[in-house]
Design a protein. Sequence first.
Length: 590
Amino acid sequence: MAERPTAGAYTLRKVGAYLPRFLRFVYVTFPLARVVLLLTLCLVVLEYATLSLMIPLARVGATSAAARVLLAFWGRVAAALGLPIAQQTWLWLFLLLLGLRMLFGYAQITVNTLVAKQVHAYLSDRIFRRVVEQEPLPTIFRRSIGFYISLAGDETHKAGTIFFNVGQMLAAATSALAGLALLFSFSRHAFWLTALFIVVCSALLSKGLGAILRLSSVSLELSRALNTSFIEAMNGLRSIRSLSAEAFVIRAYREQIRRYVRGLFAIDALNFGYKTAPGLILILVGAVWLWPAAGSSRDANTLFFFAITTMLIRILTALGELVTAGGKLVADVRASHDAGELLTQPMPADAGGAAPINERIARVALEGVACGYEADRSVLHEISAEFIAGRAYAIVGESGAGKSTLADVLLGILPPSRGSVAINGTPLSALDVRSLRSRMILVEQQTRIFSGPLADNVTMGLESSDAAVSQALLGACLGDFVARLPQGLRTIVDYQGSNLSGGQRQRLGIARALLRKPDVLILDEATSAVDPPLRRKLVSALRAQFADGILIFITHDGEVLAAVDEVWHIEGGVLNRGTSFLPEDINVGS
């Protein structure tokens, strides 16, 4: 189930605290980010130069010292180019600089977009690696699959657009400042009216950004819920169809997507409204000023009106772009914040001092172990047991008793909240967990099959020859099956192994483990779907292959129990040795 929406929990103050840290990370990590800054500065110069041509073009309003300086400057430029001091010259220069500004603007937005994509790819890779390698299982189980899909997908994409929007805000802000500076030189009366207008709009804008932030929080949670629903439906499609529950699942998804799209629309509508409003207000003011019934008293000089209108349009357009980018920035910061928090959390596997396991595992001991997936609820209580090389063990118990949890503790996936686990006498907490998992392997009941060649489903990235893969498949009693396939090891396995039987999928999982030659093999109901005659053959083969290793079956199968050296029964989170604790319906036989 997706986490509950946290609308309103994220504030503009948090945005302000998070944003500088994120931008510092981008500028340090991606050299092109500095190019964006340089291009933005070039845009400022071009923007100011382009708009400053309005002063010689209008021939009025040049009473201030700054305006006289600009008139003299452009006069010298015209003389250097051999051009006359005329309106046509200023219009030609205006078009030339406007074209240059457009070219630099294109370059700035292109490089800015590239940096945004680089940030997206970098963060998505880091998130995926963090979750696969080091995110604690209890944390993963508490969150929905949609949470992590959103982190690695939509939310890292939005993290990239944070930098993009900051770049666009910077360009828009500098354009507006350049325009205001020229407006001050041209007409101080118009400047102060514009400044007052900006102050009023800013006050209204702050409330609008708060609304965008609240809508963004809700949309974020809805996006995670949508991802979870979609993946769960795909993985459970067989069950959904067998129960004729298609309409129920579709209806639930339809309601979620409608709520999500409504939230996105509201955010976009607010952003577009903020961008459009200044221009509309300017048009309204212009319409009032030029109202024909006012008579000739308001008959302004045409060039003067053109110049001041051009400046105001550029200022208000830049402010509109600034507001739009700011609204998107606020929403994107909220969406990407969880990704940033996850990446900055300490990674347990990175702790210094962890020693690799360089010798064969001969003894695994648990002493007073208690743990669970939730901090306030333990699944295992005071577990003490010992597993010795050369012996095979079976662990039995009712569903939910803690059998699979015990396997996670042995593998170092779930650290105990109390007690200790020792490998060859060394506490597991002092060992490199990765080196442990290269020597101790778990085969689950539901083997995860990936689309692709059969050989790749066995090697899973391990560099191995075809001969070694074939030997592992033979050890898992799949040799005859593979030999009958027209393409052999190159046979393509379908999504979730749909072209394999349940027993074949389980034996494929066992072959993966055998290829890695572990010291300890844990099979969690990993033979339950194998036909009884083949299961007996498989268990016998595994016992022979692990004559010098540790073999642990988590099982309810009586024939498997009869084939091991010791049986442990877990009940209520407590582990006891001996067959006297077994349920009556299990016949251990001989």
